[in-house]
Write a protein that binds this ligand. Structure first.
Ligand SMILES: NC(=O)C1=CN([C@@H]2O[C@H](COP(=O)(O)OP(=O)(O)OC[C@H]3O[C@@H](n4cnc5c(N)ncnc54)[C@H](O)[C@@H]3O)[C@@H](O)[C@H]2O)C=CC1
Ligand SMILES: O=C([O-])CC(=O)C(=O)O
Length: 329
């Protein structure tokens, strides 16, 4: 292997998403089958030992692409020279909570991590925030990393995107690969808006293919938006392997590009497109070329979609104001 390894930092490495994520990164699913990686695992002191156990297992896989593993409880060390930062470490919600209820508990984690990224990250750093409430945590980290281009801070709505693909595929009896141009708009929360009006199924408009507004409004949208809670109810713990899978998809496509004729959903800093206030980290339809994402432009937003996008964006504004009031940004 002649290529320089890519430094990938994973926070919360000893947690349940971390356990599902690290082996896939090390086996080449994150960046590609020919890209060596060096893993940096950040944990709180009490969980370092568990992270060491996971690292032992990683060693035991003898992954050809894994060029080393460092484990630390110090954010500065973890993010020094980082190329890809996966900010997973945060408390998950439990039954009866909304993700926004975690703002105070988790918000404090992302300020020092943003500062550490600012201090030491590589010039090409890309950051994905998974820890909830993901959009606003990404905003907090970004606000404490003024030397890093703002657009490098993103949050994960790819799990919602993938959930929507599966729900629609089931409804229409098609394969997920038959569906293109699906979009999650807004916040990774119950207010998110999974949009079928611009999606296509085998080239046909998805909303028309469904031809069932009641299903779309009363089943599809709530099922996707509340899937996280349904998983908690069923499993007694929040989504882990599916979340890790979505993180892999998000970064993979950000680095390697999106497929021709399709797009993906990423929560990214708004440039004001589609009336989303500039700076909010909100989910959009994006395409990626040469490692740079851009928001798909020119989609017509009807009244139904407008109201739902606006509601989710209003929640992001509230979350931003709440973390401002907490002194986190
Ligand atoms: N955006 C999304 O689609 C999804 C987000 N999530 C969120 O991901 C987060 C992690 O979930 P799980 O892995 O299930 O939780 P977990 O509780 O199993 O693991 C979290 C880990 O983070 C560590 N941690 C806590 N504070 C830390 C810090 N300051 N630095 C480094 N590590 C720290 C903990 O020690 C623990 O090992 C939660 O906030 C959860 O709600 C979960 C599923 C989907
Ligand atoms: O729902 C949760 O708390 C975990 C999560 O973000 C998801 O599964 O989408």
């Amino acid at each position: 292997m002649t290529r320089t390894p890519v430094n990938v930092t994973v926070t919360g490495a000893a947690g349940q998403i971390g356990y599902a994520l690290l082996f896939r990164i090390a086996s080449g699913h994150l960046l590609g089958p020919d890209v060596p990686v060096r893993l940096r695992l950040l944990e709180i002191p009490q969980a370092v030992k568990a992270a060491e156990g996971t690292a032992m297992e990683l060693d035991d896989c003898a992954f050809p692409l894994l060029s080393g593993i460092d484990i630390t409880d110090d954010a500065k060390t973890a993010f020094d020279g980082v190329n890809v930062a996966l900010l997973v470490g945060a408390r998950p919600r439990t039954k009866g909570m909304e993700r926004g209820d975690l703002l105070e508990a988790n918000g404090g984690i992302f300020k020092p991590q943003g500062e550490a990224i600012n201090a030491g990250a590589a010039d090409d750093v890309r950051v994905l925030v998974v820890g909830n409430p993901a959009n606003t945590n990404a905003l907090i980290a970004q606000q404490h990393a003024p030397d890093v281009p703002a657009e490098r801070f993103t949050a994960m709505t790819r799990l919602d995107h993938n959930r929507a693909l599966s729900q629609l595929a089931k409804k229409l009896g098609v394969s997920v690969t038959d569906i293109k141009k699906l979009t999650i708009w807004g916040n990774h929360s119950a207010t998110q808006y999974p949009d079928l009006f611009h999606a296509e199924v085998k080239g046909q408009n998805a909303a028309q293919a469904v031809n069932d507004q009641a299903w779309l409004e009363n089943e599809f949208i709530p099922t996707v938006a509340k899937r996280g809670a349904a998983i908690i109810e069923a499993r007694g713990a929040s989504s882990a392997a599916s979340a890790a899978n979505a993180a892999i998809d998000h970064v993979h496509d950000w680095v390697n590009g999106t497929a021709e004729g399709d797009w993906v959903s990423m929560a990214i800093p708004s440039d004001g497109s589609y009336g989303v206030p500039e700076g909010l980290i909100s989910s959009f339809p994006v395409t990626v070329t040469d490692g740079e994402y851009s928001i798909v432009q020119g989609l017509e937003i009807d009244e139904f979609s407008r109201a739902r996008i606006d509601a989710s964006v209003a929640e992001l504004v509230e979350e931003r104001d709440a973390v401002k009031a907490l002194g986190l940004i």
